[in-house]
Write a protein that binds this ligand. Structure first.
Ligand code: GH3
Ligand code: MG
Ligand code: MG
Length: 348
């Protein structure tokens, strides 16, 4: 955070009592219209090296309690800050020391976390060629600074609303309709991303395959809707049992695939046991009756030298198969790659 004499990064929300840049003027603090913890309608990140512009733009948003304003004066920090902040609109200057604003636009576009955030170029340049270049690099809009307050706010609101709607649609399309966990495609995409990170950064990770035990008999005895309710409750329990950055997806039917970034074998084994208990320890309440449910789990771990997706999934599947064979309601951990002793070769 900075003050205006040390330009780096700062934020200001019209509802905030403690704006991080400059001092608040009386009219900016507090809101009578928004509930205290409603998310802001728009989160704006201004990237501009001139503090005088930051101050002026902040002032333009000062009457709008639904707009949370943040700024970054250092072009070299802008991408990382945007990745962390996840603004709904970036206001991007074109001429900055050390880089051109257009280069930054390209970087936002090629970075997954910022690839779809609307970018409004805010520049002193008024010529049509510059404007068309900005759009060609991926900008969504262009305003000559300093714009009229009403127009700026209207454009920010318009782009934020469209971005939020697109994000909600994308999220919906990534989730399993019944349980709300990630669907098969998304969990595999995320697994591939995490494996790439393992290779790149020489970290480790684990996956867990979870399969409900004798689930068919629940369907057969209580009916399909009761089976659906079990799947929903099981998903909620799995989500509650994992760490905030772990990923839970539906692999298919009554089988779930969990991706555990930065997780070593011992930790994954403990987490798997926690998952088993989360399902088994308390009977589920299904249509007013108590129903004991258990699951079997297969764990496999990846490292930079063992990071092939198909082999990893096969290894977890093999461990799950063993858990089923050896009595169900238990966890088995794969040696990865799995050694098939009978054939003296690699099986996984
Ligand atoms: P095991 O302990 O060996 O895993 O036995 P199981 O009965 O759990 O496994 P099996 O593969 O024999 O049966 C899985 C059943 O899950 C069969 C299928 O009809 C049911 N199923 C798959 N998807 C859904 C779903 O979305 N809802 C419901 N209610 N049932 C589903
Ligand atoms: Mg099953
Ligand atoms: Mg199954």
């Amino acid at each position: 955070m900075s003050n205006l004499s040390q330009p780096t990064i700062g934020s200001f929300h019209a509802r905030s009592e403690q704006p991080a840049i400059d001092s608040p003027t009386g009219s900016q603090a507090g809101s009578l219209t928004s509930p205290p913890d409603a998310p802001p309608e728009a989160v704006v990140l201004l990237v501009d090296d001139q503090m005088i512009v930051a101050r002026a733009v902040r002032q333009l948003f000062a009457q709008d309690p639904g707009i949370s304003f943040h700024y970054c004066a250092d072009a070299s920090q802008a991408l990382a800050y945007a990745e962390e902040l996840r603004p709904t609109v970036i206001l991007q200057d074109l001429v900055m020391p050390g880089t051109s604003g257009l280069e930054l636009v390209q970087k936002y576009r090629s970075t997954p976390a910022t690839a779809e955030i609307p970018i409004i170029v805010l520049s002193a340049k008024e010529d049509a060629v510059t404007k068309s270049q900005a759009f060609a690099e991926g900008a969504n809009d262009y305003l000559v600074k300093l714009p009229d307050r009403i127009e700026l706010v209207a454009r920010v609101r318009y782009h934020s609303k469209a971005y939020r709607a697109l994000s909600a649609l994308r999220d919906q399309a990534s989730r399993d309709g019944l349980t709300g966990v990630w669907n098969r495609k998304t969990i595999f995409d995320r697994l591939a991303q995490e494996l790439a990170r393992v290779e790149r950064e020489h970290t480790c990770m684990a996956i867990v395959m979870v399969d409900l035990d004798k689930f068919k008999s629940i369907n057969d005895s209580l009916g399909h809707p009761a089976g659906d309710a079990v799947l929903q409750q099981a998903s909620r329990r799995l989500i509650t049992a994992v760490r905030s950055y772990d990923l839970v997806g539906r692999y298919g039917g009554e089988e779930f695939l969990l991706v555990l970034p930065n997780c070593e074998r011992d930790q994954a084994t403990k987490l798997g046991e926690r998952l088993r208990q989360a399902i088994a320890n308390v009977p589920m309440n299904i249509e007013g009756r108590e129903l004991p449910v258990t699951c079997s789990l297969g764990v496999a771990c990846a490292s930079a030298s063992n990071s092939d997706l198909a082999s990893l999934v096969r290894a977890a599947d093999g461990a799950l198969y063993r858990a089923k064979q050896e009595g169900r309601n238990c966890i088995r951990v794969a040696a990865f790659p799995e050694i098939d002793l009978a054939n003296d070769g690699i099986r996984a």
